[in-house]
Ligand binder design. Sequence first.
Ligand SMILES: C[S@@+](CC[C@H](N)C(=O)[O-])C[C@H]1O[C@@H](n2cnc3c(N)ncnc32)[C@H](O)[C@@H]1O
Length: 188
Amino acid sequence: MNLESALRYSHTLLDQVVVPGDTVIDATVGNGNDTVYLAASVGKSGHVYGFDVQSSGLEKTKTQLLLTGLLPQTTLIKDGHEHINNHIPEDTEISAAIFNLGYLPGSDKSVVTHGKTTIAAINQCLSMLSVGGLVVVVSYYGHPGGREELESLQEFLKKLPQKDFQVLTYQFINQQNDPPILFAIQKR
Ligand SMILES: C[S@@+](CC[C@H](N)C(=O)[O-])C[C@H]1O[C@@H](n2cnc3c(N)ncnc32)[C@H](O)[C@@H]1O
């Protein structure tokens, strides 16, 4: 057995809570790897809302979803995840959300996530989360501004009330080149 990378572990965790029929959020669609995975997991009776500020990734993701027959259960939204509440019907309950922070490899490296908007989006996801549901955040922080985002995120997560949420950190602490850190927030 090999310990899983943060990215791989994000799916291992989501596998435990996402079932067909669920509504879930991909807060950083990028090239759509998580969106496609989630759309397959929730099935035709479920729904994935995917957010990104860049059209290029959203277009590629739409093509992937079309080719795999997963488009009907997916809504792709070109807007910042800090505006989630503007796009998802009130009273929606989600079983999971995923965030992959940082920039999209192979695209404009100046388009990155930021602590303030990331935290605003996580708060909106937490208010929609079902009991037992998970918000999973994979933080890449090696780029300019990345450490500031990571620090503000850690401060925010440490202060979440223990009676309402469990918060996990999953991190390789002896690897070089700033390996990503996973945070998982589960609603009690
Ligand atoms: C690390 S990439 C995501 C990778 C993606 N999960 C995949 O499978 O390819 C981070 C993404 O966050 C997007 N992003 C940056 N700021 C954002 C915001 N405020 N709201 C939503 N997405 C944002 C970037 O455009 C980029 O595509």
